[in-house]
Write a protein that binds this ligand. Structure first.
Ligand code: NG6
Ligand code: CA
Length: 515
């Protein structure tokens, strides 16, 4: 794919705003004020565990670029993605609402957009405040409003949600279509070779993992054994679109280049960049710069790649003289997972490394490691006290908190579940939340010293069968832990404190009924 094609999409965005309404506020803003207004960059890593960064205790390999941010800002030790999987977490980040309010669960790659584009969103809030907004990276929130024709304008999507510019992996690295989507269009699509996608039946002539394992770079489970693209079998089938196929090993360059181009073009006005990584999600197929470098196999190498990408973007902010006046938030969409469908030796080569940093569980789990993730905030112009913060934080709070940060009032009902924790974001000594809901296959509530996990009577998807329900914190009876003493959630106190169980369950019911 040509660089020219990439750049032209960005320039169009900045000149025309891609046809999305362009607030004249930017022009109307007092210039001086405009100059002073800070940029916001959100680095959102995929499946990065609490223990997966060297400044969070990883010793097996080093993440110098992320560690530098931790040294220069606030390192949070009790910050949480709002859910233990990707789509719900992203949904909450961009809407300020719990995913259960919209039944947002992990989506197939051809799912419609699950955020209502007529309603307020985080990027729309930034636009209202006069910011230029972009999303570059993994999306996984659905696209279109029913059946998606990848050969036409794919919408509604991020542009309709308030991003001025988008450059996406449409769903996940392990799901078709394995092409980039820039604004409304698949990049490098040859109109003579249209793309079709199916999650129901085999289509097209590409080989599939179940029949041609000799073509694979990594063996995969049945679910990940459909269409093979670039030596990796995916979930779902794809026909056509050969010219548009991505090469997984190129991700670190393609995505950071796009982010850097956006920064360069948007730098004279305040901007918000949302940068959701593909790394360190499966399939882990790092670039040769990182392959074999961590000593922990592709998962560790993907951590190095993610760290390098972070450094590259931060360096650009520094080069442009923007770093001091940029609020950077670095975090992850859910906890860690070792085997998520591909035989990439993550478990076998882990050695002593503990991706959960001692906490119980991981991705999918109701236990702490499902959502407790690294979170680092830097903002040289505005942080009062650097260092470690034990404030309780949920990513769902970023919407309201950032609206405070840019000085905008929210409408009634906007970002319903989002709390203003701006003091904690800028001061390691300030408090965060008093209570916090965590979403997984069930709901959990942190309240003071308690962590309550609601009983679960449903069923989990078949593909999760290799990870037992109990391992994921799913039990048919209530669980209650004193998280201050029993931070590894080992001793269930539910039968000793039935009145606490009752109170916290009641509180969950009240939260559910809020509107
Ligand atoms: C699951 C996939 C898993 C991963 C997950 C989404 C199977 C067996 N597992 O359905 O590999 O893609 O969805 O991960 O299909 S997330 O981080 O985007 O939520
Ligand atoms: Ca994820």
């Amino acid at each position: 794919m040509t660089k020219k094609l990439f750049i032209s999409g960005l320039i169009t965005m900045l000149i025309t705003g891609c046809g999305v309404d362009q607030p004249n506020k930017v022009n109307a803003l007092d210039n001086e004020l405009k100059e002073k207004r800070p940029n916001v960059v959100i680095f959102y890593v995929d499946d990065l565990g609490f223990g997966d960064i060297s400044s969070y205790g990883m010793t097996a390999t080093k993440t110098p670029n992320v560690d530098a941010l931790a040294n220069e800002g606030i390192r949070f030790t009790d910050a949480h993605s709002s859910a233990a999987t990707c789509t719900p977490s992203r949904y909450s980040l961009l809407t300020g609402q719990y995913a259960f309010r919209n039944n947002a669960a992990i989506l197939p790659g051809d799912a419609p957009l699950i955020i209502d584009h007529t309603k307020p969103t985080l990027p729309k809030m930034f636009k209202r405040a006069g910011y230029k907004t972009a999303v570059v990276g993994k999306w996984h929130l659905g696209l279109g409003d029913g059946f998606v024709d990848w050969n036409k304008a794919v919408k509604p999507g991020p542009l309709e949600l308030g991003f001025d510019y988008s450059f996406l992996m449409p769903a996940t690295g392990d799901r078709v279509p394995t092409v980039y989507l820039e604004n409304h269009h698949v990049v490098n699509l040859d109109s003579n070779e249209p793309i079709t996608v199916s999650y129901e039946k085999r289509i097209g002539k590409r080989p599939v993992g179940t029949e041609s394992p000799e073509l694979l770079k990594q063996k995969a489970d049945l679910q990940h054994s459909a269409t093979i693209v670039n030596g990796i079998s995916r979930i779902g089938w794809m026909a056509g679109g050969k010219e548009a196929e991505w090469v997984d090993e190129d991700f670190p360059f393609i995505f950071t280049d796009k982010a850097i181009e956006f920064i360069k073009l948007a730098k004279d006005q305040p901007f918000m960049l949302f940068f959701p990584f593909h790394d360190i999600h499966v399939p882990r197929v790092p670039n040769k710069l990182f392959a074999g470098k961590s000593g922990m196999g592709p998962r560790g190498d993907a951590i190095l790649q993610m760290d390098w990408m972070t450094g590259r973007i931060v360096d650009e902010l520094k080069k442009q003289g923007l770093y001091d006046n940029t609020l950077i938030i670095f975090s992850s969409d859910n906890g860690p997972v070792m085997d998520d469908g591909y035989a990439d030796m993550a478990e076998e080569m882990r050695g002593e490394h503990d991706p959960s940093g001692g906490y119980r569980g991981g991705k999918y789990s109701a236990y702490e490691a499902g959502t407790r993730v690294p979170m680092i905030v830097t903002y040289p112009n505005g942080i009062k006290n650097k260092g470690d913060s034990s404030a309780l934080i949920s990513h769902i709070d970023l919407y309201r908190t950032l609206s405070e940060f840019v000085g905008l009032d929210l409408a009634k009902g906007e970002a319903l579940d989002s709390e203003n924790i701006l003091p904690a974001l800028l001061d390691s000594q300030a408090k965060g939340r008093e209570e916090m809901l965590e979403e997984s296959f069930t709901l959990s509530l942190r309240s003071g010293k308690w962590k309550y996990i609601a009983p679960f009577n449903g069923t989990t998807p078949e593909w999760l069968a290799n990870k037992t329900a109990i391992e994921n914190g799913l039990q048919t009876t209530a669980q209650l832990f004193d998280i201050t003493k029993d931070w590894q959630e080992q001793v269930n106190l539910a039968s000793e404190y039935p009145e606490i169980v009752e109170r916290l369950q009641q509180r969950i019911e009240t939260i559910k009924e809020m509107n």
